[in-house]
Unconditional design. Structure first.
Length: 300
């Protein structure tokens, strides 16, 4: 104590360190469920700016949908910007790493939000960490190339596995971009096993299409929503070669400790589908998706 009294700055630092330790100890390490959120009075929407789900300008399909949900449960909406590498940890309070067998929990993290909604694809490894809502959007992973690529779009058959094999055969000795920890991560699709040269892109998903246009690689893998936006934004400069995966689904993500919140969202979403609210939002942000997945948008 005498040593600290002779050095006020060290005394102040000791106090701050103690306070910080207490804050860390009381920081919630699991997500709140619906009653806690109603008591708090705010729903925290975790999201990565991506395609037309979260534009980065205060709107987007998932922004509007979660805003309506917050109003539905009687709380204020708050957007919490996240990154792909920390998105799930920000929801669950769990740090993790991917292994060949799935997911390994490596520690704890601060919980920063209550719901993930940004075009969040339902993948097997993600389901080990979060619970998904009712499917909210259809998707698929496509191979997209520069318009001047020698690769040509395949002719679709009635066998999706055969179509995927045709696309992968075109990738021998070709550089393909993808973003780690997302649905475009080349590791997920074993592209190196067919002779491709997968490369991890250091930028964002929104920058993949511009990257191949500007010559960083010949091709990239994109999911349907991002590809639709890119085709509209850069007409004639890229082309879709074919599928890398079967059709998939997107949904909102919830911590496994928040089953009541997830159930409330599912009931709300079904209401939006029934009264036409959801279709109007999709028509606003993804008008061409109905051409590719008409069955998904059929009336319930």
């Amino acid at each position: 104590m005498q040593h600290l009294e002779k050095h006020p700055s060290k005394w102040a630092w000791a106090i701050l360190s103690a306070v910080w330790l207490v804050v860390c100890l009381i920081q919630p390490l699991h997500a709140d469920d619906l009653p806690d959120i109603k008591k708090r009075g705010v729903l925290r929407h975790l999201g990565v700016p991506y395609a037309n789900f979260i534009s980065g300008s205060g709107d987007g399909l998932d922004v509007e949908l979660v805003q309506l949900f917050a109003r539905h449960i009687g709380v204020r909406y708050e957007y919490v910007k996240a990154g792909w590498s920390t998105l799930i940890s920000d929801l669950t309070g769990l740090k993790y790493k991917l292994t060949k067998d799935g997911v390994e929990i490596t520690g704890k993290a601060a919980v920063k939000g209550d719901i993930i909604a940004n075009g969040f694809t339902k993948l097997a490894w993600r389901q080990q960490l979060v619970d998904f809502s009712t499917p909210t959007f259809p998707t698929q992973v496509w191979l997209v190339a520069r318009a001047d690529s020698s690769m040509q779009p395949i002719h679709p058959s009635n066998d999706i596995s055969q179509d995927i094999a045709k696309v992968k055969q075109l990738l021998r000795q070709r550089v393909v971009l993808g973003v780690a920890n997302t649905c475009t991560d080349p590791v997920l699709y074993c592209l190196d096993e067919v002779g491709a040269k997968p490369r991890t892109f250091k930028g964002t998903l929104n920058e993949l299409a511009p990257a191949i246009i500007h010559g960083e690689a010949e091709a990239t893998i994109l999911d349907v929503p991002d590809a639709l936006v890119a085709l509209e934004k850069w007409p004639g400069r890229i082309k879709v070669i074919g599928p890398i995966t079967p059709p998939q689904e997107m949904g909102s993500g919830f911590a496994k400790t928040a089953p009541l919140l997830r159930a409330a969202f599912n009931a709300f979403f079904e209401m939006c589908r029934a009264d036409g609210t959801y279709r109007r939002l999709v028509e606003k942000y993804y008008p061409s998706v109905f051409l590719f997945f008409p069955e998904f948008f059929e009336s319930p």
